[in-house]
Design a protein around this ligand. Sequence first.
Ligand code: THU
Length: 135
Amino acid sequence: MIKESLRLQAIKAMDHSYSPYSQKQVGAAIELSNGKTYTGCNIENSSYGGTVCAERVAVWKALSEEGPGVEIISVVVATDATPPWSPCGICRQVINEFASKNCEIHLVNKTGDVKSFTHQELLPHGFDRSALQKS
Ligand code: THU
């Protein structure tokens, strides 16, 4: 179930987007199991490859402030798009690294659409540390 406060944080985070190349504002808000929340926006770069998605900015902020023990329980991704955008593959992988077992991912837009998934639905059979521990 999406929290209204997290939805609003993700939509507000769109305002800080640096997106002169795509003109697409993306905002993200994540909630941790300790109750704290962090936001991010997409930050583009003239090299294109240096662009970072809103979701990863939010995760990097949480890690750099809280340390490596963070556990993400909910993610909201906000755009102006219909249907709302879904996280790219790299962001799914990064979220997976720190996601709680039932971590929710909510895709929203300013129109009020909400599409909700678990992180496992968006990254089935994902690669994680268990593979490295076995080999
Ligand atoms: N973008 C995100 O911020 N999150 C996603 O999951 C998809 C894409 C950004 C990257 C780029 O600034 C713009 O959207 C167009 O791809």
